[in-house]
Design a protein around this ligand. Structure first.
Ligand code: ADP
Ligand code: MG
Length: 232
C-alpha cells in the first residue's frame, strides 16, 4: 500500500502539471484562434481556405485535449494574488474581441468606479471569464450585445454577464455543470464544470439564469478580503 500511495501521489503531481500546462497553453491558443478566424474573414476569394480550415480544426482539437487534461487535476493550492477584476475582465475582452467581432457581437462593459481587489489565482479567474464569454458568443449565432457588469456588493464582487443568445431550456439548465454535457457539435461540456470548480475553490459562487429565446445571465460572486485589509 506504500507503493500504491506513491503511485497516486505521482498521478496527482502529473495531473497538477497537466493542468498548469493546459492553463498556460489555452490563452495564447485562444488568441491564435481568433486571429486565424480574422485572417479567414479577410482572405479574398477563398484564398488558402483549405489550409485555414485545417489549422482551425487542429486548433480546436488541441483545445479539447487541453480541456480534458484539466480534468485530471485535483484541486490544489495555488498562489493567490491581488486581482483587480475590472482590469482582468478588460484584458480577457481584448483577447476575445476578434472572435466576437467576427460574429457581430459587441461588448458593453459597465464597472463600478472603484472595484476593490480580491484575492485569487488570476490565470484561473481569467479561464472562467474566457469560458463564460465563449459560451455567450456561441449562443448568439446572429450577433448581439454581451453586457458585462462588475459591481461591488457588501461582502463580494459580482460579475454579471448577460447575453442575447438562444437561452437554455429548463431541462437543459438542470444538467448544466455535469461533466461532458454539451448541446454543441464540437463542444466538450467541460467549460462550466471547470469554471464552477474554480469559483468554488475561491469561496465564490456561480449562478445561471436563462430564458429561452431571450438570453442568459451568469453571475459570478467572488468574496472580498476581510474589510480591514480592503477599506474603500
Ligand atoms: P460546451 O460549451 O463545450 O458545450 P459548457 O460546459 O461551456 O460546454 O456548456 C455546457 C452547455 O451549457 C452548452 O453546450 C450549452 O447548451 C449550455 N450553455 C452554456 N452557456 C450558455 C449560454 N450563455 N447560452 C446558452 N446556452 C449555454
Ligand atoms: Mg463552453
Amino acid at each position: 500500500s506504500q507503493e500504491l500511495l506513491q503511485v497516486s501521489e505521482k498521478l496527482s503531481a502529473v495531473g497538477q502539471l497537466a493542468a498548469g500546462v493546459a492553463h498556460e497553453i489555452r490563452n495564447p491558443l485562444t488568441a491564435l484562434h481568433g486571429f486565424l478566424q480574422l485572417l479567414h474573414s479577410q482572405a479574398e476569394n477563398g484564398e488558402n481556405e483549405f489550409y485555414i480550415h485545417v489549422m482551425e480544426s487542429e486548433l480546436n482539437r488541441i483545445r479539447s485535449i487541453l480541456d480534458e487534461l484539466l480534468m485530471l487535476a485535483k484541486p490544489h493550492p495555488v498562489q493567490h494574488t491581488e486581482i483587480k477584476l475590472d482590469e482582468l475582465v478588460q484584458s480577457v475582452v481584448s483577447l476575445m474581441e476578434p472572435e466576437a467581432r467576427l460574429h457581430s457581437i459587441h461588448f458593453d462593459i459597465l464597472s463600478d468606479s472603484s472595484v476593490p481587489f480580491i484575492y485569487g489565482a488570476s490565470d484561473q479567474i481569467k479561464q472562467v471569464l474566457i469560458n463564460l464569454i465563449k459560451n455567450a458568443i456561441e449562443s448568439m449565432s446572429s450577433g448581439g450585445v454581451l453586457t458585462i457588469r462588475i459591481q461591488r456588493k457588501l461582502k463580494y464582487v459580482e460579475i454579471l454577464l448577460v447575453d442575447q443568445g438562444i437561452g437554455i431550456p429548463q431541462e437543459i439548465l438542470d444538467k448544466i455543470g455535469q461533466p461532458f454535457f454539451t448541446t454543441k457539435e464540437s463542444g466538450t461540456g467541460l467549460g462550466l464544470m471547470v469554471s464552477q470548480n474554480i469559483i468554488h475553490s475561491h469561496g465564490g459562487k456561480l449562478d445561471i439564469q436563462s430564458e429561452p429565446g431571450v438570453g442568459t445571465a451568469v453571475r459570478v460572486y467572488l468574496p472580498l478580503p476581510s474589510d480591514e485589509f480592503n477599506s474603500p
